[in-house]
Design a protein around this ligand. Structure first.
Ligand SMILES: [Ca+2]
Ligand SMILES: [Ca+2]
Ligand SMILES: [Ca+2]
Length: 120
């Protein structure tokens, strides 16, 4: 059911004007946005744009379809595809880093980014 999962998540992206689920380029962006999630609080999981829905073990971002860079590091032992059903990237706040969890997970917040305009 990879397509259904992707559609479910895409619906969450559209309400944000010009924004999309967060795509981490490196650990610097990871640390900055993790701190942001921590300051927002209120949930142990914050969903990002990374997923391996299309091909197990191949992590890409929803919006750009770019691979999740090797420069972005996960929690030790993650992503582990626990139960063969973890295809979406989250910040796991109580563990302090990136984890993969089932895409249909209910109790979750999402982080989006909006590209800055570069008008002259
Ligand atoms: Ca980004
Ligand atoms: Ca997976
Ligand atoms: Ca996991």
């Amino acid at each position: 059911m990879p397509k259904e999962k992707a559609t479910k998540t895409n619906k969450l992206i559209y309400p944000f004007h010009g924004g999309y689920l967060l795509e981490l380029e490196d650990n610097k962006e990871r640390d900055i946005t993790y701190s942001f999630a921590k300051s927002v609080g209120g949930n142990d999981r914050f969903g990002l744009g990374g997923n391996d829905v299309a091909e197990e073990g191949t992590w890409v971002y929803y919006n750009s379809a770019k691979p999740v860079p090797k420069a972005v590091t996960w929690l030790p032992g993650e992503p582990n595809d626990a139960g063969g059903n973890e295809d979406c990237m989250v910040f796991w706040m109580s563990k302090g880093g990136l984890n993969d969890i089932p895409c249909g997970y209910n109790n979750i917040k999402y982080i989006c980014e909006i590209p800055l305009g570069c008008d002259p």
